[in-house]
Design a protein. Structure first.
Length: 320
């Protein structure tokens, strides 16, 4: 039995569930946002040392101790019933109950249990693990010291980009912004003192031939070239991706780099990871970051790389 935790409308989960079903797998999809109003979770410990954990949802009762694999895809948090008097308190109680349950299951969890995902998603931690594994990194400074930042900017002759340490969604009052990697302009330096209030990642700009997205599923590696330099929209951050102007093709990743990508995913405790590299004009692969739960369908659609099938096979195997 395979359980997929995700929200409604997740095309990536839909694709893999379709493949699982076609292969004859017993699979269920559940979004914890339905708990507790439309679903029941139960944890029972008997006096003899045994335990029983169940999920009742959509008219189906699932014995969670019998799961062979859990795909912690992109679930939402539980939502309190609208009639309760203290919805924030109830939602938090439900969240802790649900996450404790998922975290304690003994089956294969892809990409990993939530605490491991949280740690693996921290960019400063990723950079240190990647460095220890021998990846080349851009010159990097993570700081709240304006003077250190300005020294870094001068040392690299102004060819510097900045990116957030963790989140890329910013809310200020009623306004919402997306925060991506962006070059530092001379005008930005006038606001350097604001760094005292929030850390930032500053990196020396690395010239790009192409950007490389490496998707690791278990020990399988799928690499794609993102030709980000053909469009001004994607020159500094391919997440401004324009499908009409940004070609994506299969990339021939050197065996040494491929093996290092697998080791990085393993060292972070993951069964899946989407790694972003730069291929420089002189042929070096430079590590930028890893998304432990990154999207893959757009790469599969553009290149034909069978990433979804690899996830299906991993989930059906029940082992890493």
């Amino acid at each position: 039995m395979i359980l997929v935790l995700t929200t409604d409308g997740d095309e990536h989960a839909d694709r893999v569930v379709e493949l699982l079903t076609a292969a004859g797998a017993d699979v269920a999809v559940f979004d914890p946002a339905a708990y507790p109003t439309h679903a029941t979770l139960e944890i029972g410990h008997s006096g003899d040392g045994s335990t029983g954990r169940t999920l009742d949802a959509d008219g189906r009762r699932i014995a969670l101790d019998e799961l062979t694999a859990l795909w912690y895809r992109r679930p939402l948090d539980p939502v309190a019933h609208p009639r309760v008097a203290a919805p924030a308190y109830v939602a938090e109680e439900c969240r802790i109950t649900a996450e404790s349950l998922w975290d304690s299951l003994g089956c294969l969890t892809v990409p990993a249990s939530r605490p491991v995902l949280d740690r693996a998603g921290r960019k400063p931690y990723q950079l240190e693990v990647a460095r220890r594994l021998g990846f080349e990194l851009p010159a990097t400074l993570i700081t709240t010291d304006p003077e250190s930042f300005l020294d870094f900017y001068d040392r690299h002759e102004g060819r510097v980009i900045t990116k957030p340490v963790h989140g890329n969604r910013l809310e200020a009052g009623e306004e919402r912004f997306g925060r991506f990697a962006a070059p530092v302009s001379p005008a930005d330096l006038a606001h350097a003192d604001a760094l005292r209030f929030c850390p930032v990642i500053a990196q020396a700009y690395v010239p790009k031939r192409v950007e490389v997205r490496v998707t690791v599923v278990g020990r399988e590696v799928f690499a794609a070239e993102i030709h980000s330099q053909v469009s001004n929209h994607t020159r500094y951050d391919w997440r401004h991706y324009d499908p009409r102007a940004t070609p994506i093709t299969v990339h021939d990743l050197p065996a040494e780099v491929s093996a290092r990508c697998v080791r990085l995913v393993e060292r972070l405790g993951l069964a899946y990871g989407a790694i972003d590299l730069i291929l420089t004009p002189d042929g070096r692969h430079v590590f930028l970051e890893i998304n432990p739960n990154g999207q893959f369908l757009w790469i599969e659609t553009a290149t034909g790389l069978p990433i979804g099938a690899a996830i299906r096979d991993l989930l059906m195997s029940g082992v890493l």
